[in-house]
Write a protein that binds this ligand. Structure first.
Ligand code: GDP
Length: 830
């Protein structure tokens, strides 16, 4: 269809329908209603069409030869008419606009004339007033001059008068007038619209619009408007600037440009500009130091209020309680004493006697502390981690939790080194003591010997007329337990322990661990206030929102008051034992404090370095140089295991050799641990934890032995043998590779398959595997499959990808690490 071709060229489609589609360059299109235009063709404005065609942009001529792409005559005519009509309408509109403009111009002119008339009147009035004063002045001057002349003439005759007279008129008078006129003009300006130039150009523009002439006048109108707008804005802007609010800007040690602008309530762009002017190129998210920020703040005219980072901690409620608000609280008891004197047995006996008797089912949960009720109805809170290590480490961290120390001394033994240590710790902490003489069921028991022995250490028991209560007990037979509890209750009464339960909670962490199922969990002993579900808190370098509270009986509770131990869920990380928990009002505050503490601790560590600690440790070690020592560094997955290992280690050894735990802690083995071990030639023992990559590298380079265990017995056994020089050949694990899980797939029939990248060494089908999450062992077992591109393979080398599935284990997650090990026989060298 030739018609169609033509339409295509012109960009018109579907002439039959009411709508035509017009296409332009770059693929733009436009819908045009043709019918409307066709109707208008009936009444074209005479004379409008030729004018329009003359300047028309379209190549529409009646000569078909010159038409692009063969448009039919009828079509051509229709288009011409449409065009003519459009032009006519345009002209009509222009005329209408011009008329409106004219009216507006007249109106403006009228107003201007009115204003001018007013102005003139005013000017005349002023003129008259001025003339009057001038005349008066003139008269006065003439009088003065006359007087002067008379005086001068009297002294010496001079020809000045004629010259002197016009001079004051010509210079002084106009000089006086000029400023007057200036002020007059200034006064008039705001009232009397624009100055002449502005007025004229405004009028001219309208005339241009009337005559419908060129663009130059259009520009004048636009520029006039801009000018007016500028003037208006200037007037308004001036006022705004004058009203500018001076703010007190809180300035921390470092601040981002965006935050600085925000605190000053200025535009970021302005701040960036100001920085640039000071030679600093910074974007919105860049951090600038306080000095630079201060410069900018003063430049913007605000006041600087420097705040220190540590001020973030100010939101923590540290107000001293009003004594009237205090209520009695249960005492918190720590059991101390020498190894094997029966601390654990005693704690268990108390717990079982009380909890089992009191609770249906009697299921107890170990959360690091428990509460019992005595016969007389007093509540007592026992810390379930015996020994002075926990006690001192808590104290060292500023958390004095214990109110009463129960010193356990075995009646069949005597006062031993750790008994003395315990006494010293209790004294140093100014905590009252109660002596529990244990194992009184034994035939060899001699409680009185214990009493007299204690005298040497300035512990005078009541039986020897002292003030330290002493109770004979037996953890095995249960003898004297109630008596002991009543003694504690009595001591607590004397202490008058009080706390305010109606304030933001504060408490101390007594145990914390990363629970595979529940995330980080901390057992907190509330010291004042009441901790509730939903509370937002900061604890050491961590923070969180209480998701759940679980008491020592394993029940979920809504709140925990003073001296109540609860397990807290909902932490963002694992805190350390001894960390203090504080409830704050917002998550932002909690996060800010935790971040600040984390950074501060990092800086402190970096500044002090491991060396100081190490030096101190070495100095201590040298004091006991007569005994051969086997130093070790222990890292474990939970605080409980770490402490258990340390206790087990303390038990190892004889007069000639002993194990010294240089350092122990919870979490992955880090470079610091390796550094510590290196300096004293110690091995690092990981109990269910692994060394992180950098620690592993350092250990490899420096020849530090990293030993991993998952059974305490194996560990104790190895260390024991090492200490007594009984090392023999053993089957030992050798790590052959590591793989990182990238993705986890579910494959029917196989279960979960981990898509891994072998990052180190080699993955072997026959080897043993462990699943590590955050360097903590989650699972140990064997592989069900080892696949490379759908094929079962025996080995996958480092750098290659593979699929692995565990035998009888499904909980694999992306980013977990798979450790691949083989067992081999080696000479022990611990
Ligand atoms: P810890 O190291 O102080 O915690 O002491 P343990 O509680 O582990 O006790 C060490 C050993 O002493 C265990 O074998 C207990 O069975 C035993 N034992 C503890 N208390 C008593 C007691 O009152 N009588 C007797 N006969 N043995 C006890």
């Amino acid at each position: 269809m030739s018609d169609n071709d033509g339409k295509k060229t012109l960009g018109l489609r579907g002439p039959q329908s009411g709508n035509v589609k017009q296409s332009f360059s770059h693929g733009r299109t436009k819908n045009v209603v043709v019918e409307t235009k066709r109707k208008r063709v009936v009444v074209p404005k005479p004379g409008a069409a030729p004018k329009a065609t003359a300047g028309g942009a379209q190549p529409v001529k009646s000569d078909p030869a010159k038409r692009p792409g063969g448009i039919s005559d009828a079509e051509m005519e229709r288009r011409m008419k449409a065009l003519a009509l459009a032009k006519a309408r345009e002209a009509e509109e222009t005329e209408q606009r011009a008329a409106e403009e004219r009216e507006r111009a007249e109106e403006r002119e009228r107003r201007r004339q009115e204003a001018e008339a007013k102005e003139r009147e005013e000017r005349e009035r002023e003129e008259k007033a001025r003339k009057k004063t001038e005349e008066e002045e003139e008269r006065q001057r003439k009088a003065e001059e006359a007087a002067a002349r008379k005086a001068v003439e009297a002294a010496a005759p001079a020809p000045q008068p004629d010259e002197a007279r016009p001079a004051p008129r010509g210079s002084a008078a106009p000089a006086r007038k000029a400023p007057e006129r200036d002020t007059r003009e200034k006064q008039v300006k705001p009232k009397g619209a624009r100055d002449d130039e502005g007025r004229r150009s405004g009028k001219l523009t309208l005339n241009q619009a009337l005559s419908g002439d060129g663009g130059g006048r259009q520009r004048s109108l636009a520029s006039m408007r801009r000018k007016q707008e500028r003037a208006r804005q200037k007037a308004m802007g001036g006022q705004v600037e004058r009203e500018k609010v001076v703010r007190d800007v809180q300035l921390p040690e470092a601040i981002t440009v965006g935050e600085l602008a925000n605190r000053m309530a200025e535009r970021v762009a302005d701040v960036v500009k100001s920085l640039m002017q000071n030679g600093i190129m910074a974007t919105q998210n860049q951090t600038i130091d306080a000095d630079t920020a201060e410069l900018i703040i003063t430049e913007f005219g605000h006041k600087v209020q420097r705040v220190s980072d540590s001020d973030v901690e100010d939101v923590i409620d540290t107000v001293e309680d009003d004594p009237t608000l205090l209520k009695g609280r249960p005492p918190i008891i720590t059991v101390m004493g020498h190894v094997d004197h029966g601390k654990t047995s005693l704690l268990d006996a108390i717990r079982n006697a009380k909890v089992v008797a009191g609770e249906a089912g009697g299921i107890t949960q170990h959360i690091g502390a428990y509460q019992v009720i005595t016969e007389s109805g007093a509540a007592l809170t026992f810390l379930d981690t015996p020994g002075h290590a926990a006690f001192t480490s808590m104290r060292a961290r500023g958390a004095q939790v214990t109110d009463i120390v129960v010193l356990v001394v075995a009646a069949d033994d005597a006062v031993m080194p750790q008994t003395i240590e315990a006494i010293n710790h209790a004294k140093a902490a100014k905590v009252p003591m109660i002596v529990a003489i244990n194992k009184c069921d034994k035939p060899a028991a001699n409680p009185d010997k214990v009493r007299t022995d204690l005298l040497q250490h300035e512990v005078i028991v009541e039986k020897l007329s002292g003030d330290v209560q002493d109770v004979e007990v037996s953890a095995i037979s249960g003898k004297g337990l109630d008596e002991l509890l009543e003694a504690i209750a009595l001591q607590a009464e004397i202490l008058e322990l009080k706390a305010n339960p109606d304030r933001s909670a504060m408490g101390a962490v007594i145990e914390a661990q990363l629970d595979v199922g529940r995330g980080p969990v901390a057992t907190v002993l509330v010291q004042h206030g009441t901790l509730r579900q939903g509370d937002i808190f900061v604890v050491g370098e961590q923070w969180g929102k209480v998701r759940a509270l679980i008491n020592d009986k394993g029940d979920r509770v809504q709140e925990a008051g003073p001296s109540v131990p609860v397990e807290v869920l909902g932490l963002n990380g694992t805190p350390e034992a001894g960390d203090v928990l504080n409830v704050v009002s917002t998550e932002a505050q909690a996060r800010e404090i935790a971040e600040y503490r984390h950074n501060a601790a990092k800086e402190k560590r970096a500044a002090a370095g491991a060396a100081t600690t190490l030096e101190q440790l070495m100095a201590k070690a040298k004091e006991d140089a007569n005994v051969a020592e086997l130093p070790i560094v222990v890292k474990a997955d939970v605080q409980g295991s770490a402490e258990a290992i340390v206790q087990a280690m303390e038990k190892i050894g004889n007069d000639e050799v002993r194990v010294r735990v240089l350092h122990y802690g919870v979490g992955a083995i880090t470079e610091t641990d390796v550094g510590l071990a290196e300096a004293s030639g110690a091995p690092v023992i990981g109990f269910n934890v692994r060394a992180n990559a950098s620690a592993r590298n350092t250990a490899n380079q420096k020849g530090i032995e990293l030993r991993y265990y998952s059974v305490i017995y194996d560990l104790v056994d190895d260390v024991k043998k090492a200490a007594s020089g009984l090392l023999s050949a053993e089957v030992r694990e050798r790590f052959i590779g590591y793989a990182q899980i990238k993705e986890v797939f579910k494959v029917s029939g196989v279960g979960k398959v981990a898509g891994c990248l072998v990052t180190e060494g080699v993955a072997r089908r026959s080897a043993g595997v462990r699943l590590l999450r955050d360097n903590v062992v989650i699972h140990e077992g064997t592989l069900k499959t080892l696949k490379r591109f759908k094929d079962e393979v025996a080995e996958v080398q480092s750098g290659q990808e593979c699929g692995m599935a565990f035998e009888n284990y499904e909980d694999v997650r992306p980013n977990d690490v798979i450790e691949i090990f083989e067992r081999e026989e080696v000479e022990r060298s611990l």
